[in-house]
Design a protein around this ligand. Structure first.
Ligand code: F0G
Length: 465
């Protein structure tokens, strides 16, 4: 039996329809809007201060207190503890990154990287998947599905294989997924359906199919998934000794993360656990820049839950007419129809912030700088650093602001782009990156070719070190 203090609520205040916690349609029947997971906090009182969570560390032999998600369970109290499915997700670090700070034009000590590549499946998705998977278990699901650019599917495949509780069914666009991520889906035994189309097509199909066949949907339209992703922000606050940074910078694809981060901070303010939220910056790849276009160019705003439908419809019609498909080297965020658009608008409305686009060139240059600074991320993740650099150049971010860039996925998710960037071979560079408009590898660390000869090898080492 689910607790009586948890329910789902339409995000549009004028509608406000509710559904029970075990409803799995994940769409408001009245207005078609997105649902939030909602709580009656009077019946499930939150801790009085965030420092309450520090005690959890001494209890980490309990898997729920070890988990970087569930040790904050009082702030996402939708699941009875005996139903929680954890595989040790959320053991991540916040690293002060002075070399990257210098690259972005920030003062030393002011830029931090939240490294989500350390999760069991190598991306931030595990934070949300443990929550969605727990909810799926609460409602007795035996099959779970998602459309994915690769990380959601890897995460679902890992959770299904690690627990043996459900069968994973994943939809990917053909030729649109990096090998690292495809390898995970296959190795972990997911039914992998490669459809002739891109992520936006796959997303539409999985919604139709999961409804028709009664399969549990784990994409970020699922409000319980976003509950898990709130904890990325709780861990950042924890690492900053509960001080709120000035900016959180995050890559934007389906806009699940920014929506979830926004909800986390809105709730913390409402519960009196922090005084103010940080500002949120969402960074699109220029080849998949719907949110940037709508927010910055067309001025679309949350508008008390009634964003201007004419702007949205007009924009998507123009994409259709010009047959524009998303195209970027950052394949994880190659998305033109973000399903969480409305929630993302709400997050920016409540926290303040900005949306920017960065080119594939800027993304790969930033990625090389992140790598040289000691953390390995995939291209999409580096959009956050490229975006912070842009906002700093524009003067929107001050050099002394405290900025956290979220590195969403591990370097080894997509080695093709990395190797091509650092390649000594122009042909490889051109083949992989040229058609994306990447023209130079300013920070390339080229492999050195030497004959198999002792003297030559020693000479090369002396020359290059
Ligand atoms: N970074 C990485 C590494 C991702 O895999 C994704 C999304 C994002 C950023 C964007 O996050 O959608 O919350 O705005 N990947 C999804 C997937 C779409 O299918 O793996 P978002």
């Amino acid at each position: 039996m689910a607790a009586d203090f948890v329910f789902q609520r339409c995000i549009h205040p004028k509608c406000g329809a509710t559904a029970s916690v075990d409803d799995t349609s994940f769409a408001c029947p009245k207005c078609g809007g997105l649902f939030d997971a909602a709580y009656d906090w009077n019946k499930t009182p939150p801790p009085k201060a965030l420092s309450f969570f520090e005690a959890k560390w001494s209890q980490r032999s309990n898997p729920l207190d070890f988990s970087g998600v569930w040790r904050f369970r009082e702030l996402l109290p939708f699941a009875p503890p005996d139903k929680i499915m954890t595989i040790g997700e959320g053991q991540t670090i916040l690293q002060r990154a002075d070399a990257v700070a210098k690259y972005t034009g920030m003062n030393a000590g002011c830029l931090f990287l939240q490294y989500e590549g350390m999760n069991p499946s190598g991306s931030f998705k595990d934070n949300g998947m443990t929550a969605a998977f727990t909810h799926a278990r609460m409602v007795g699901a035996s099959r779970a599905a998602c459309a994915s650019t690769g990380n959601t599917s890897a995460s679902l495949a890992v959770f299904c294989s690690a627990t043996g509780l459900m069968r994973a069914i994943i939809f990917i666009g053909s030729g649109k997924i990096s090998y690292g991520k495809l390898a995970q889906a296959l190795d972990h035994g997911a039914l992998t359906v490669q459809i002739a189309g891109d992520f936006d097509d796959a997303m539409q199909r999985v919604q139709q199919i999961s409804k028709k066949l009664g399969i549990y949907l784990v994409n970020s339209v699922n409000p319980f998934r976003l509950e898990g992703q709130k904890t990325i922000m709780f861990r950042i606050l924890e690492a900053m000794r509960w001080e709120v940074p000035d900016w959180i910078v995050v890559p934007g694809g389906n806009l699940g993360n920014v929506s979830s981060f926004g909800k986390a901070f809105i709730e913390l303010v409402e519960l009196g656990l922090i005084k103010r939220p940080p500002r949120l910056a969402v960074i699109n790849a220029a080849g998949a820049n719907t949110f940037y276009q709508l927010y910055e160019r067309f001025g679309l705003r949350w508008n008390n839950g009634e964003p201007d439908k004419k702007i949205i419809d007009g924009y998507f019609q123009s994409l259709e007419m010009e047959k524009l498909r998303a195209a970027t080297i950052a394949s994880a965020i190659e998305i033109n129809h973000p399903v969480n658009l409305h929630k993302a608008l709400r997050a920016l409305d409540r926290c303040g912030g900005a949306v920017r686009e960065v080119s594939d060139q800027e993304i790969l240059d930033a990625k090389a700088k992140v790598g040289a600074g000691g953390l390995g991320c995939e291209p999409a993740s580096a959009a956050s650093v490229a975006g912070a650099r842009k906002l700093r150049k524009e003067g929107v971010i001050a050099p002394s602001d405290r900025v956290v860039c979220v590195l969403t996925g591990h370097q080894l998710k997509d080695p093709t782009a990395t190797v091509a960037y650092h390649s000594a071979d122009q042909k490889t560079f051109d083949e992989v990156l040229g058609h994306r408009g990447v023209r130079r590898a300013a920070f390339a660390n080229r492999a050195v070719q030497v004959p198999n000869d002792l003297d030559e090898i020693i000479k090369a080492i002396e020359v290059y070190t």
